[in-house]
Design a protein around this ligand. Structure first.
Ligand code: ZN
Length: 392
């Protein structure tokens, strides 16, 4: 199984200069290879393959020792592969378009500022030194040097590739590792999992994971910055500063949330054989079609909207992290259709009232915890029975 870690890199000034040049040289290679494919097609009606272009690399490098010749051969192959992927997708679109009589744009040249990353194969033109006892991690790239990297979380598996990437003024290293999938032993526990607004998640056998505290704090800071930004004069330095702080807050929140998702998912996967979840892609569609599945109530302040969007973004990410971890551990994940899971009674199927966000009232069974009821419905839909702990 592959994992990708995106880590902030801090090149020194001269390293940054060389990294910019690396991107420019690779961009040039990419565009030259694109031009070759284009000409060959136009002049001779011949299509040029990745193999053809890769075979020419040796000559190109020899002819340009101070330019292309300085760079990693395998990294250049990756750039040619990247172009090849673009062409494969293009030919697929052309095929599809023939059926629907649409026009398809030919792959375009990349301007320098849009060519923002180069992929290296680890151990061949690039290497990785993990963080060690509070010290910086380092990534070394041919023709750039050994760059400081902030490794904010532990990494698992063998490092396969290293990508050097520029985003605005920031630099990142994306480390892709590969781990053997470790099959976990059976636990006898199978649950439905409901993700919610008031709590992060509730399982059908009654486990509750609260929303992490940092969400509230971040939400307050973001709401405050947003308000101040709206008041600031357009085009002013103040507004620009606020926009930057806002972006920083979102980024920070994103990192913390991702770590939290990984931790929570790891624990669930370790303790359950089967996990049933709502298919949130379906939920998102239903929501846009009908406004909202669960009316947010009266609290329609800006903050509620913000809260909602923070949580929405989180659920999809959590589900995909959970599914990936489950798969690599040999656990089963069942996605069920999301409609009405919280509002129908799990015991008798009757339609409940929902006087408050956290409670539903069944005409037969009375007051039920809304999230727990939801989790039990999800378990039932996945064919796990009620998903409650079996009686000893
Ligand atoms: Zn009932």
């Amino acid at each position: 199984m592959k994992r990708a870690y995106k880590l902030r890199a801090y090149p020194r000034r001269p390293q940054e200069g060389r990294a910019v040049r690396l991107l420019a040289d690779h961009c040039e290679l990419y565009n030259a290879a694109l031009a070759e494919r284009r000409e060959a097609w136009r002049m001779r009606n011949v299509s040029v393959s990745y193999g053809d272009q890769s075979a020419q690399l040796k000559e190109i490098r020899a002819a340009d020792p101070d330019g292309q010749g300085r760079h990693s051969f395998t990294a250049q192959q990756q750039t040619l592969r990247r172009l090849n992927t673009v062409f494969v997708a293009y030919f697929r679109r052309v095929r599809d378009a023939k059926r629907s009589a649409r026009r398809v744009g030919y792959p375009r040249f990349k301007p320098y500022q849009r060519f923002d990353q180069v992929l290296f194969v680890a151990g061949d033109g690039a290497s990785w030194e993990p963080a060690d006892g509070g010290r910086w991690a380092h990534a070394s790239f041919q023709a750039v040097g050994r760059v400081k990297v902030h490794q904010h979380r532990p990494m698992m598996g063998r490092v396969k590739t290293l990508q050097l990437k520029q985003e605005g003024r920031r630099w990142y290293v994306i480390v892709v590792t590969e781990t053997e999938s470790v099959l976990l032993s059976s636990t006898g526990r199978s649950v439905g999992v409901d993700v919610g607004v008031a709590r992060f998640l509730t399982t059908s056998d009654g486990e509750v994971v609260a929303n992490p505290r940092f969400l509230d704090a971040a939400q307050d800071r973001i709401a405050d910055l947003q308000r101040r930004k709206q008041r600031a004069r357009p085009g002013s330095g103040n507004r620009r500063r606020l926009r930057r702080s806002l972006a920083k807050e979102w980024r920070r929140l994103g990192n913390k949330r991702r770590d939290f998702h990984h931790k929570t998912a790891r624990r669930l996967v370790a303790t359950c054989d089967t996990l049933a979840l709502e298919d949130l892609r379906v939920a998102a569609m239903t929501k846009t079609a009908s406004g909202s599945i669960e009316a947010p109530g009266r609290n329609v302040a800006a903050k509620a909207g913000l809260n909602r969007s923070i949580l929405d973004a989180g659920w999809t990410q959590f589900t995909s992290i959970l599914a990936a971890k489950a798969e690599s551990a040999g656990r089963r994940v069942v996605l069920v259709h999301p409609g009405r899971t919280s509002i129908d009674c799990h015991a008798c199927g009757a339609s409940c009232d929902r006087p408050r966000q956290e409670i539903v009232v069944c005409p037969v069974h009375g007051e039920l915890d809304a999230d727990l009821n939801g989790a039990r419905n999800i378990a039932a839909r996945a064919g796990l029975g009620s998903g409650q702990a079996s009686a000893a």
